[in-house]
Design a binder for this molecule. Structure first.
Ligand SMILES: Nc1ncnc2c1ncn2[C@@H]1O[C@H](COP(=O)(O)OP(=O)(O)OP(=O)(O)O)[C@@H](O)[C@H]1O
Length: 288
């Protein structure tokens, strides 16, 4: 039995309402995904043409319907080409939030193996950060709690060594052949160095250079927590899910990494990159 409501002259069923609610959620999610990027303008352009098509179709304006219909026909293909980055990101988010995103869960399901904790002693990382920050040596460290991030690890040089302060300092030393790019750490081991990470396409404040953009991009594309030591200022930042926490104390970095590795939800403690400039402006005003 399908429940029917009468809104004005329209008959609306429960299924229609659920359908409308789901489409609204989907459009909002697409908007959130594209917010701040150039793609949002293209998306809004497409949406306007589609709405126009619906109106002219309903008004039975045949010529315009044919022209816009032709456009909408190739629109799907054009959208796939134009939005390939966003579609990739969307699928990554879906994959990330699904049960199968966690390699440990897969092992548990199929091999009946006991789930291992991804937490490890983070002191070597903190100590290395202190030293790198003190010597204004840039660093980009990706911490992953549930995946080896093989795809990104393979873009660099595979290492697979136990994390140590000396190892991290040697990698990021300006004269080391491994210093360029990011390091990936999983399960207490440095999996790879010199990795090429995806750079965010969103507008970020001018003070964030390529290293910070890569940290934000990597945190958008994966479930990782990304640590940046600025070469310019020695300041330490963390990026998670496209958001950032800037100029942290070492104690804060330690707490945040531990919380992440033990599976706590830490996203809400991070600041939207778009909001970051506003936060900075506010700080300036209060300083004056
Ligand atoms: N896509 C990328 N993947 C990995 N590492 C990258 C990427 N892009 C840049 N980097 C690293 O960042 C370095 C350049 O950093 P840049 O000075 O532009 O960044 P920044 O955010 O201003 O940081 P800093 O405050 O340290 O200057 C490169 O030498 C490289 O090691």
């Amino acid at each position: 039995m399908i429940l029917l409501f009468k809104i004005g002259f329209l008959d609306v069923s429960i299924v229609n309402l659920i359908d409308i609610a789901l489409v609204s959620v989907l459009i909002y999610q697409v908007y959130k995904l594209m917010r701040g990027s150039v793609a949002i303008k293209i998306f809004l352009g497409f949406l306007s043409i589609y709405l126009m098509y619906l109106v002219v179709n309903a008004a039975k304006m045949e010529l315009l319907t044919i022209i816009l219909g032709q456009f909408m026909g190739v629109g799907v293909l054009a959208a796939i080409i134009l939005f390939q980055q966003e579609i990739r990101k969307f699928l990554l988010i879906v994959g990330k939030s699904s049960i199968f995103s966690n390699e440990n869960v897969l092992q548990e399901l199929f091999f009946w193996r006991k789930r291992e904790s991804s937490a490890f002693n983070v002191t070597p990382i903190i100590e290395a950060c202190k030293s790198l920050s003190g010597s204004s040596t840039g660093a980009l460290i990706v911490l992953s709690s549930n995946s080896e991030l093989k795809f990104y690890a393979e873009s660099g040089d595979l290492i697979d060594a136990i994390v140590s302060k000396r190892l991290l300092i040697s990698i990021f030393n300006k004269y080391s052949p491994l210093h360029d790019g990011g390091v990936i750490i999983y399960n207490g081991r440095v999996k790879a160095a010199r990795c090429i990470l995806p750079v965010t396409e969103r507008d970020v404040p001018a003070q964030f250079g390529l290293r910070h953009r890569a940290a934000i991009g990597m945190s958008e594309a994966t479930d990782s927590l990304v640590l940046v030591v600025s070469e310019e200022t020695g300041q330490v930042s963390l990026a998670k899910s496209g958001k950032i926490l800037h100029n942290l104390s070492f104690q804060e970095v330690r707490e945040m990494i531990n919380a992440y590795l033990t599976g706590e939800s830490i996203e809400e403690r991070f600041v939207e990159v778009v909001a970051f400039e506003k936060v900075k402006e506010k700080k300036k005003i209060t300083e004056l």
